[in-house]
Design a protein around this ligand. Structure first.
Ligand SMILES: CC(C)(COP(=O)(O)OP(=O)(O)OC[C@H]1O[C@@H](n2cnc3c(N)ncnc32)[C@H](O)[C@@H]1OP(=O)(O)O)[C@@H](O)C(=O)NCCC(=O)NCCS
Length: 181
């Protein structure tokens, strides 16, 4: 099993993978939109002789308020999918680890994810609320607050410093995520 950057030749198989892994076409469409609209992206596939077995995408996130000066690069992990027949074999974990490494090499300050804490905790994600961060999907009536997690790739990146304000409050996914509504 090889984890590598997605190429143009993988795009149809990645679309089909998300259709198979999720109960609606929303994630498959989201990947296509983000590929067209968002920069920078980290898009990795897990591939072997049988084809594409998994895919992970990271896209930029923004804080809600006005920001003076350059904003730290924040990425949201979504979506992640492994082919149903290949789940439970470590492919998802390998994609998360490789994706975090790729984000780190890009200079990403922190990565956020909305998902099951039982799964994402093992990689070092912790509740975003500890940093005073939230997203619109955890507003009342939505996902539980603990489902929104963050991980600093640059130590103390969220805390701020003399030169830079802390990163706190609402974190916004790329506008392409609005198609999930
Ligand atoms: C979630 C998913 C990506 C995990 O990939 P995977 O290759 O099956 O996972 P791994 O083999 O790396 O990890 C297996 C571990 O994750 C756990 N796990 C798998 N899917 C999980 C889920 N949806 N929620 C919580 N835990 C999950 C397994 O119980 C197992 O735990 P263990 O190591 O303690 O036994 C995959 O199941 C999938 O594509 N699911 C459908 C799409 C989806 O829900 N994506 C997540 C969006 S945030």
């Amino acid at each position: 099993m090889e984890i590598r950057n997605e190429t143009a030749a993988d795009q149809a198989a990645v679309h089909a993978l998300h259709l198979a892994a999720f109960s609606t076409p929303a994630e498959a469409k989201l990947v296509d939109l983000l590929r067209a609209q968002a920069q920078p992206l980290v898009s990795l596939v897990a591939a072997d002789a049988d084809g594409i077995a998994g895919h992970i995408l990271f896209s930029p996130m923004r804080t809600a308020g006005p920001v003076d000066g350059p904003q730290a690069l924040l990425m949201g992990l979504a979506p992640l999918a492994v082919a149903p027949s290949r789940q439970g074999g470590g492919i998802g974990s390998a994609l998360v680890c490789a994706g975090l490494h790729a984000c780190s090499k890009l200079g990403v300050a922190a990565v956020a994810v909305l998902g099951d804490p039982a799964y994402y905790r093992r990689f070092g994600f912790a509740p975003a609320g500890r940093h005073g961060l939230h997203c619109r999907y955890t507003e009342p009536g939505g996902a539980p607050p603990e489902a929104f997690m963050v991980m600093e790739l640059v130590p103390h990146a969220l805390r701020g410093s003399d030169a830079r304000a802390p990163i706190t409050g609402l974190l916004r996914y790329h506008p392409a995520f609005d198609t999930l509504d």
